[in-house]
Ligand binder design. Structure first.
Ligand SMILES: N[C@@H](CCC(=O)N[C@@H](CS)C(=O)NCC(=O)O)C(=O)O
Length: 201
C-alpha cells in the first residue's frame, strides 16, 4: 500500500496510529506530498480529486480517502477492533471520531485563514467562530472522555490534542480541561501515539 503523506497532518497521523496498532505500518510506503488548498498537488489530485492527505493507494491500486475511510479499511484488513463491533461502543467511537475530526477541521480552517490568507483579507469573526467550535468540542470531550476502551474515537481525540499543541499552543487547552490533560498524558505513552512519523530519508 502507498500513502500520500505529510508529517504534520493530524489526519495522516490518525491513519499511521491505526496502521501501527493493527501491525500494518510496515506495509505502507509513504509518498511525499504537498497538499495545499491554494497550490494543489497534482500527483494527489490524479488519485483523489480533492487533492488532500491522507490518500491511500491499496495493493490493488484503488485510491481510498479520507482518513475515516482509510482507518476503517485498515481496521478491516487487520481484523481489528478500532471500529468496535459492539453496537453501542461503535456509535460512541464513530461519534467521537466525528467530533475530533470537526475540531480538527475548525483548527485547520483557522490555520489556513491566518497563515495562508493575505492579512488584509482575513475575516476575524469567521476565525472566532472556528475557535469557538474548538472550545465547545473540548468541553464535550472533557465531560465524556474515559480510559475504558481504545478505539478510533480515542485515536482521533489524541491527534486533535497533539495538533492543538503543534499549532494552537496559545489556547492553553490543558488549563481548563484537567480530565483531558490527564487522559492525554496516559494515551501519549502508547507506542503508536508516541511515535514520530516521518518520511524515510
Ligand atoms: N476530512 C479529511 C481532511 C483531510 C485534510 O484536510 N487534510 C489537509 C492536510 S492536514 C489537506 O490535505 N489539505 C489540502 C487541501 O485542503 O486542499 C480527512 O479526514 O482525511
Amino acid at each position: 500500500m502507498k500513502l500520500f503523506f505529510s508529517p504534520t497532518s493530524p489526519y495522516v497521523r490518525k491513519v499511521m496510529i491505526c496502521a501501527h496498532e493493527l501491525g500494518l505500518s510496515e506495509h505502507i510506503e509513504l509518498l511525499p506530498a504537498k497538499a495545499s488548498p491554494v497550490d494543489r498537488d497534482k500527483t494527489i489530485v490524479e488519485k483523489n480529486p480533492l487533492g488532500k492527505v491522507p490518500t491511500l493507494l491499496t495493493k490493488e491500486g484503488v485510491a481510498l480517502y479520507d482518513s475515516r475511510v482509510i482507518c476503517e479499511y485498515l481496521n478491516e484488513l487487520g481484523s481489528g477492533q478500532l471500529f468496535p463491533t459492539d453496537k453501542s461502543l461503535r456509535w460512541e467511537a464513530i461519534t467521537m471520531q466525528a467530533l475530533g475530526d470537526g475540531l480538527l477541521d475548525a483548527a485547520l480552517l483557522t490555520r489556513y485563514e491566518t497563515f495562508l490568507r493575505p492579512k488584509e483579507l482575513c475575516w476575524n469573526d469567521w476565525v472566532n467562530g472556528q475557535i469557538e467550535k474548538i472550545h465547545s468540542a473540548l468541553k464535550q470531550f472533557e465531560s465524556s472522555v474515559h480510559n475504558d476502551s481504545f478505539h478510533i474515537g480515542q485515536i482521533t481525540l489524541a491527534c486533535s490534542l497533539a495538533y492543538l499543541d503543534l499549532r494552537f499552543d496559545h489556547l492553553e487547552w490543558r488549563k481548563s480541561h484537567p480530565k483531558l490533560k490527564g487522559w492525554f498524558e496516559v494515551i501519549s505513552k502508547r507506542t503508536s501515539v508516541a511515535k514520530e512519523w516521518t518520511l524515510p530519508a
